[in-house]
Design a binder for this molecule. Sequence first.
Ligand SMILES: [Zn+2]
Length: 237
Amino acid sequence: MKIFHVSVAILLILPLFTCMNSTTTQSKLQMSDSQAEQEGYAAYQEATKDLELITDPQINDYVYCVTGALVDAIPNAFRSTDKLYLPQQWEVNTFNEDSANAFALPGGYIAVYTGIFNIATTPDMLAAVIGHEMGHVLLRHGNEKLGTIKVFGRKQEREADRAGVALMAAAGYDPNQSVEFWKSMIEDYGKSGPSIFSTHPSDVQRIADIKLVIKYLPSSVYEGAVRPNCVTPSTSF
Ligand SMILES: [Zn+2]
């Protein structure tokens, strides 16, 4: 299994993005970070043990490139990173699965199913998906629950959307493409079987919320960001 390692430089840059207050206080129901990392690792192994790992370097390079750009953008995406959970390393693997799905677990373990490429047809849309999933990790959403793919509450979904939009913008991607991604998910719903949709319910309200986040995104988040040159694989899915 390929390990993807991007060290996260914690810089004391303080962009004006505000959104994290509600989850910065750990409740008593939350696991410690180290416990959550262990649980996340075990859950990731369990969830992916029967899946076919993609070895196509074009696909892997593409997913690594987008993920790496988002990881590097963490310090610029958030006003402060000191309340976030920052994994020592992020691991992202792509699996040959038709369903349009992706998930992330505490510890920074991310799984991408090839079916998502049918919906997320551009690097920006893929950044929207992975950025959202990274948001759940950074905000410790999974630390409150055990298991693999859980349905998060609306509040957590909204927070992950905000984090994902900030991450993709700070990485140099067009945040408006997150709106396009969720629109495409709604259109695709029911066609491709179980999808990210089943754990990330989407509706017009979600899209309206994301548009508002984009509208009020401080320019300090994305100023100077250079769009990464991640090559979209020629493979068709
Ligand atoms: Zn989510």
